[in-house]
Design a protein around this ligand. Sequence first.
Ligand SMILES: *Cc1c(COP(=O)(O)O)cnc(C)c1O
Length: 233
Amino acid sequence: MANILSVSDAVGRLEERMQAALHRAQRTDPVTLVAVTKLIDPKRIAEAYRCGIRHFAENRVQEAAEKRRFLSLPSATWHLVGHLQSNKARQALELFDWIQSLDSVALAERLNRLAAVGKKVPVLIQVNLGNEPSKQGISEEGLLSLVERTAALPHLDLRGLMCLPPYFDDPEQVRPFFRQLAEWRDTLAARLPPGVNLRELSMGMSQDFEVAIEEGATMIRVGTALFGPRPTQ
Ligand SMILES: *Cc1c(COP(=O)(O)O)cnc(C)c1O
């Protein structure tokens, strides 16, 4: 169904569903819709921009670099949401405004070293909630020390947590994972020095963003529900 909607209709539909989920959760704080544009043609990305989308995400540095040569979206904010290899860190900092996939102390220190003087790069720590071997993200055991270390680095601005939970057909089955990320955020926030604000919870995708919003997501990352099924590579 999603692929017969225009991007503009899809944005309208999504915004209605986001509002309804916020209402169910009795929330009045904002949720940012981040359009995930991996494998999507630059023309359609530009179309989403014309429809008012301002946050975009890619999961691969190389693909982002190629696409961005064809795009000029002056007030877009770009998020990296895929695993970052340390040898791509410098390029990632040139291409992306936010790094949502911070998952190790080594990467945090490298990004901090490479960040431009005077700059503070917004980052989210990616948590591997299901302890799935196939998924990136820091495990529960490593989380506190990564949070503390990142919060202490002068050129990184730790804003919160991100997760990519196990896939289920029924979004209700993802709810406990979202709830856990929110709980960990609250526990961590209580242990951090004042001034470090873990406001952001980046969770929820096309399949389950409504449940994520009900559980406190402040950013949802949506691809398929905006652009239709992705072309296969
Ligand atoms: C692809 C991707 C999404 C979006 O997935 P959809 O199901 O198409 O909405 C969100 N987050 C990450 C990290 C992704 O790689």
